[in-house]
Design a binder for this molecule. Sequence first.
Ligand SMILES: Cc1cc2nc3c(=O)[nH]c(=O)nc-3n(C[C@H](O)[C@H](O)[C@H](O)COP(=O)(O)O)c2cc1C
Length: 193
Amino acid sequence: MKLNEINQLIKCLGREAWVVTSAHAGQCNGLIATFVSPISIVPDLPRFAVALSKLHHTWTLVEGSGALAVHLLTADQADLALRFGTQTGREVDKFAGVAHHTGVTGSPLLSDAKGWLDCRVEASFDTGDRTIYLVEVVAGDFSGDFSPLTQAQLLGLATPDQLQILRTQLAADAAQDAIAIRKWRAKNVKDSR
Ligand SMILES: Cc1cc2nc3c(=O)[nH]c(=O)nc-3n(C[C@H](O)[C@H](O)[C@H](O)COP(=O)(O)O)c2cc1C
């Protein structure tokens, strides 16, 4: 298998860096996610798919609340985005000092986001390492005429220290994900090798 080419293809995708938030049992949290995609073509029935790692604290809150919100930021808000992607809500309050208010689902909404969607989980699918949530969009806003922050921009704007944290985190998460994916395949896929 041409793993190098496969991973180059994945890397060349221009993905937005979303901030996904949720709240449960009196706690608010959020993370950066690129696995966020619209999956309905019906204008009055907007739906998204959001894939969250089961390792992350935000996942625990989404499991508990059945709700999440997704936000688009701009390149000049990279610091705000990195706050959500370089540390875990198990150890810090990522919302301390961050302007936010509560959406109809109970999820925290970032007041300075250029666009956001408040969503309720309709169904979920366990893939071993992640849960893919099918969510119904129940509210949202869009300030128009802005370029959403992308993963490539975010990584380009991160400081060397932040990049080091992200790389270390990514390697540790990928090692655990690999075990979880193989275990899931062995259990769920008939001809898994
Ligand atoms: C560019 C980028 C993209 C990411 N995409 C995802 C994603 O799609 N899903 C996910 O679960 N984690 C993703 N992460 C990882 C989380 O944002 C990160 O581990 C976060 O600190 C977890 O925080 P938590 O434990 O407070 O929930 C991404 C991180 C970065 C830097």
